[in-house]
Design a protein around this ligand. Structure first.
Ligand SMILES: Cc1ncc(COP(=O)(O)O)c(C=O)c1O
Length: 373
């Protein structure tokens, strides 16, 4: 570093990049447990902040990782051959329809890189997953967001009406993070009829497996070979592998080919591939995860009602709760060793988002909540 240059003569790197990139406020992840314990001097903190799987990773996945460790000197299989084939077979598709990403977040970024640029826009629902906004900003495109309906669900009619000549992508998370709401089959089918063929529709179904309502539309049924539909799923939630980063897209082969052109050559580590392959077969782990989530939601809803707190009915593994000053309640809960997610960054300053935990963790949360309110 040249310490002689005065501050007035120094060019900042911000001036060299797209203004939309310089203006990005970095993603605020859930606070890691170790950080909270270190900063506040508390022990055995509980993290209910990132919609993770509280059951842990599948034991079969852990075993597969152990077997794979001895080969870490080798690069991974760049095409993730076995995992791609297995995911394809599970959906009754050919591997040409499957793209694997380092988490679905990577795929969201790659879709923005491919289909957006300055002058174009993407659409999403107000308050939905913040990564959509960051991905659009990173490539200089606008993200236009459309108001939610009164029940906090996506207004697909209004989103379709907001499509203009510059709209290239629509990001829809179903269920939505952070509200836990979902859009229904009828609304979705109407929406599909109204979207021009040139617009890429991203149906982000990260919480697909947790949904209990029979009127939930599985977008995989709507891949007709003509429309530009991309379905996103992840191994981070139901399979409990968030730390390894594995997600996938189901899409037309021409979209998959483009994604393959712009990804890193080794975007999935060998451990991630091995764990995902094994985790997919672990029905017991999946069933246990679903049971813990079902019972956790029932418990939390009952207890939140008892505390007189408003919440949004959820189809996912988290719940949006109105607490008054969300940031203050987040801070006070943290001092009691319970980490939730403040929602001011999502435009809900009166709410916190609580991920469903194990029975004991949910109890700790409710006890702490009843004390801090
Ligand atoms: C709606 C939505 N999409 C995608 C993701 C990211 O998943 P991944 O871990 O696969 O990147 C999340 C994670 O919280 C999410 O809430």
């Amino acid at each position: 570093m040249d310490k002689r240059a005065g501050p007035s003569t120094v060019l900042t790197a911000d001036e060299l990049v797209l203004p939309s990139v310089a203006a990005i406020r970095p993603y605020e992840p859930g606070k890691p447990i170790e950080e909270v314990e270190r900063e506040l001097g508390v022990s055995s903190a509980v993290k209910l902040a990132s919609n993770e799987n509280p059951v842990g990773p599948s034991p079969l996945a852990l075993e597969a990782i152990r077997r794979e460790l001895a080969s870490l000197n080798r690069y991974p299989d760049g095409g993730s051959y076995f995992l791609r084939n297995k995911v394809a077979a599970r959906h009754g598709l050919s591997p040409q329809h499957i793209f694997l990403g380092s988490g679905s977040c990577e795929i969201i970024n790659l879709l923005a890189l491919l289909f957006l640029r300055p002058g174009l826009n993407a659409l999403a629902a107000d308050h939905s997953f913040v990564i959509y906004r960051l991905a659009a900003a990173a490539v200089g495109a606008a993200l236009k967001s459309v108001a939610l309906r009164e029940d906090f669900s996506h207004d697909l009619e209004a989103i379709a009406a907001a499509i203009d000549a510059q709209t290239a992508l629509v990001f829809l998370d179903n269920p939505d993070n952070p509200t836990g709401t979902f859009y229904r089959r009828g609304q979705w089918r109407e929406f599909l009829k109204r979207v021009p063929q040139r617009v890429v529709i991203v149906a982000d179904e990260a919480y697909f497996d947790f949904v209990r309502d029979p009127d939930y539309p599985d977008s995989l049924e709507d891949h007709d070979g003509a429309r530009m539909l991309v379905t996103l799923r992840t191994f981070s939630k139901i399979f409990g592998l968030a730390g390894l980063r594995v997600g996938y897209a189901v899409a037309r082969p021409d979209i998959v080919r483009l994604l393959d052109k712009v990804r890193q050559p080794f975007n999935l580590t060998s451990l991630a591939q091995a764990a995902a392959l094994a985790g997919m077969d672990d029905r017991e782990h999946v069933e246990k995860t679903l049971k813990v989530n079902r019972e956790g939601i029932a418990f939390l809803e009952r207890e939140l009602r008892r505390l007189g707190l408003g919440f949004v009915p959820t189809q996912a593994n988290f719940i949006l709760v109105e607490v008054g000053d969300g940031r203050a309640v987040f801070e006070r809960l943290m001092r009691r060793g319970v980490i939730v997610r403040p929602m001011d960054g999502y435009g809900f300053p009166r709410h916190v988002r609580i991920s469903v935990g194990l029975e004991e963790e949910n109890r700790r949360l409710i006890e702490a909540l009843s004390r801090v309110l």
